[in-house]
Design a protein around this ligand. Structure first.
Ligand code: PLP
Length: 415
């Protein structure tokens, strides 16, 4: 009789894992107060302003500019950086698509670098190889909350007059050498989308220490208005990327309980790293010494199909889910530089990348070689989402038991 649940055996776990978002009457009361105040938009209310200053302080930044999403937070930062048409921005190939689309939508050209094989975040050595005379920015993405090696990037950037705009959409509370992410370079963007650890369904924030930049950013997200100017006066191209008072009220409550949840995920990640790393065929990224805190947005396993009889990662993930370890998936499946819209340059009115010269020829995204990203996407990376990291010890034990069970019985799924 089959042992694996996917083949009809008994699953390791029948209890559900914690659901996300976690909320209580505090969020309901906060929203009710805003509704009853009648001040639902940021111009009239106090919640967005309060959130901007509290979140910026939390991230060790001087200024926060709330936005409608992480995508618009990135876009606002790139537009406020006032780069010229065709400015190249170096982005990791292993990230969410918004890191690259925000560049295109600000008339820039995304250029792709590979990730570090241990941590899966932007590899400065790979960045160095794609810097050209047109590079104007580097966008480190602190994936899963693991900070990129900022000193190494800073050194490259300083030498060439390049700015750093962090995609910190997954890195609330992560620290590089004791300092929170977001304003280590010129600016950083955060997301409060529904899967994120601090959420109002949607929402975002750009943070910076640069006052003029903050003002430009605030203008970009507010239809190009100037800070002091009249409502119908517009000084630059902008859009309505504003967060609502209702969302800000929810995020403020979520921020209150963030540290407690962070500590829980960090402890779970520590425990799982120790237990899962002991299983042949599973590696869990070791955090570099410079990481003094990691948000643990998810925990990445580096899966080696060879140690599981050649079982492809997709089948491993399906088997894990069947064992009751849901909230597990294979992460990004396609490197961004291999996405159809980039290969075909299907980028609407943003003409620049159809003619942009990268080296001696017009940029062709098929030319970018990012082997570590390819491997992570196709065979190696398996993500354990935050629901699992919020579980009690028994729930963590079940993850270990399920991985061991699949390894011991993988022949049931082969041939
Ligand atoms: C790394 C990264 N960048 C950008 C974004 C975009 O954020 P949002 O979904 O809030 O637009 C996300 C979130 O999905 C993300 O994970």
């Amino acid at each position: 009789m089959a042992k694996l649940a996917i083949k009809g055996g008994t699953p390791v776990r029948s209890e559900p894992y914690p659901v996300w978002p976690i909320w209580d009457s505090a969020e309901v009361d906060a929203v009710r107060r805003v509704i009853e105040s009648g001040k639902w938009g940021m111009a009239a209310g106090s919640q967005v302003k309060e959130l901007q200053s509290r979140f910026a302080r939390y991230q060790d930044a001087e200024f926060g500019i709330a936005t409608s999403s992480g995508t618009t937070a990135l876009r606002a930062a790139l537009l406020a950086a006032e780069m010229e048409e065709g400015a190249e921005v170096i982005v990791p190939a292993y990230t969410f698509v918004a890191s690259a689309t925000a560049v295109i939508e600000s008339n820039g050209v995304p250029v792709f670098a590979d990730i570090d094989p241990e941590t899966y975040v932007l590899d400065p050595a790979s960045v160095e190889k794609v810097i050209t005379g047109c590079t104007r920015a580097i966008m480190p993405v602190h994936l899963a909350g693991i900070p990129v090696d900022m000193d190494a990037l800073e050194k490259l950037a300083r030498e060439k007059g390049i700015v750093i705009i962090e995609d910190a959409c997954q890195a609330w509370g992560s620290e590089y050498k004791g300092k929170k992410m977001g304003a280590l370079g010129l600016a950083g963007a955060f997301s409060f989308q529904s899967s994120k650890h601090i959420t109002a369904g949607e929402g975002g924030m750009t943070v910076t220490n640069d006052k003029d930049f903050a003002e430009r950013c605030a203008s970009v997200i507010n239809c190009g208005r100037s800070v002091e100017g009249a409502w119908h006066m517009h000084v630059r191209l902008g859009g309505n990327y504003r967060l609502t008072e209702l969302q800000a009220a929810v995020i403020l409550v979520q921020l209150e309980r963030y540290e407690k949840m962070l500590a829980r995920r960090q402890e779970s990640a520590r425990y799982l790293t120790e237990r899962l790393s002991a299983i042949d065929g599973i590696r869990v990224p070791i955090l570099p010494e410079y990481v003094t805190a990691c948000s643990r947005h998810f925990l990445t396993l580096r899966y080696d199909p060879g140690a599981f009889g050649g079982l492809p990662k997709d089948d491993f993930v399906k088997a894990l889910n069947a064992e009751g370890i849901n909230h597990t998936h294979g992460g990004y499946y396609i490197p961004i530089c291999r996405q159809q819209f980039l290969l075909e340059k299907n980028v609407g009115p943003f003409e620049e990348i159809r003619r942009h010269k990268f080296g001696s020829k017009v940029i062709d995204y098929a030319d970018f070689q990012c082997p570590v990203t390819e491997r992570a996407c196709s065979t190696e990376a398996v993500w354990l989402l935050q629901n699992l990291l919020l579980a009690e010890r028994e729930g963590l034990e079940d993850i270990v038991r399920a991985v061991e069970k699949i390894r011991e019985n993988c022949e049931e799924l082969l041939g």
